[in-house]
Design a protein around this ligand. Structure first.
Ligand code: AMP
Length: 357
């Protein structure tokens, strides 16, 4: 158990790091942010900050020696960075989880090998292979870059095989995976936390609504179909966490279909669809992630009251903050980012035990 006053290092400096930093402060820890970007909304609320490149080994070594444990809030941290740090300080969760989550193909193979059920998929490393993949998967389908995709970026939909050229150009001609289009009723997530001793706890599953590939809102209670599939999806995520000897918060995104839950993707970190846990659960995803990586006992994941609604403030929607501040039941979070851009997550609001006004 890390004693209070210890320093937790976080790779990445965005809003997830900011909320982890606030949770760490509540438990008496200091946080050291490491990120290459000049602006870091995480570093604004934490004690220490190193702004340096992911491959700057002298700076990484200095960071490691200043930290008692290191974690990450950004899933595209280079695996080599985590491997290098692991030679100096404990990194939780480890490089393996990151490596799998960074590669859609590896991730799907990994989940399928564990008995999980991803959407039908086939590798499309080049344009010729895309045709072979189309023969196998058919249309409609979604072409996704294997690496660096998030918030619906690096994706193209194919209604017929004639869309192949446009889709291939649309994703920048990068190595990709072709996925069968899943006719789902709902999208939901399973968020778990696993402690150093292997104890695993789950928050209740929220139903997620995406707009333009970006999460717009998460709410509870979920519809009956999602509630009925939660246990099967949990078992899939627990198997993944155990196989990785995972420590910290792990998120799985699922499609609820008439035939059961279909695994979409995982994130080896706290997740936007779990922001409601800050006010809606006894211990939030951020608190429990810090507890797990620090070796503390896990906190209760119990939902405090229903209904719960979390709504993202994306791009121009940040202008809604004054109105939200006037809503007696809204918990408002502004991430402190200075630049407003379309599709950029700038804040969120949560309602617990009452609907939005
Ligand atoms: P992703 O980046 O993989 O989470 O995809 C972003 C969003 O695109 C998802 O949340 C879904 O709404 C949609 N989507 C992704 N893959 C599929 C699929 N195989 N079938 C249907 N919709 C999908």
């Amino acid at each position: 158990m890390l004693p209070p006053g210890s320093t937790i290092g976080i790779l990445g400096g965005g809003q997830l790091g900011r909320m982890l930093g606030l949770a760490a402060a509540n438990l008496g820890y200091k946080v050291h942010i490491y990120a290459p970007d000049a602006e870091s909304v995480a570093a604004e609320v934490t004690a220490h900050h190193t702004q340096a490149a992911w491959d700057d080994e002298p700076r990484l070594a200095g960071f490691a020696s200043a930290c008692d444990v290191v974690t990450f809030e950004f899933e595209n941290v280079p695996v080599d960075t985590v491997r290098f740090l692991s030679g100096h300080v404990a990194v939780r969760p480890g490089a393996k989880a990151l490596e799998i989550a960074q590669d859609r193909l590896t991730e799907k193979d990994f989940v399928a090998d564990l008995g999980g059920r991803p959407a039908p998929y086939a590798a499309a490393p080049d344009r010729t292979a895309l045709d072979t993949a189309l023969d196998r998967i058919g249309t409609p389908a979604i072409l996704k870059t294997v690496r660096m995709g998030y918030d619906g970026k690096g994706q193209a939909r194919l209604s017929t095989p004639d869309d192949a050229d446009d889709a291939w150009d649309g994703i920048g001609r990068h190595a990709a995976v072709l996925e069968g289009f899943v006719a789902f009723e709902h999208e939901f997530s399973v968020i778990l936390v696993r402690g150093i001793d292997g104890e695993t706890r789950f928050w209740d599953s929220a139903v997620n609504v995406h707009e333009g590939g970006i999460l717009a809102s998460s709410s509870l209670p979920p519809p009956p179909l999602v509630a009925a599939q939660q246990d099967e999806a949990r078992a899939m995520m627990a198997a993944i966490a155990d196989a990785l000897d995972y420590v910290g918060v792990l998120t799985g995104e699922f499609f609820a279909t008439e035939d059961g839950p279909v695994f979409n993707e995982m994130a080896p970190r706290v997740h936007n669809s779990g922001h409601w846990t800050i006010e809606g659960a006894v211990a939030s995803q951020f608190e429990n992630h810090i507890r797990a990586v620090a070796g503390l006992p896990l906190g209760s994941t119990r939902t405090l009251a229903l209904p719960v609604t979390m709504r993202n403030l994306i791009g121009g929607a940040i202008a809604d903050v004054p109105a939200l501040l006037a809503d007696e039941n809204a918990h408002v979070h502004h991430y402190g980012k200075t630049e407003v851009r379309d599709g950029r997550k700038l804040g969120h609001a949560t309602w617990v035990g009452a609907p939005p006004a």
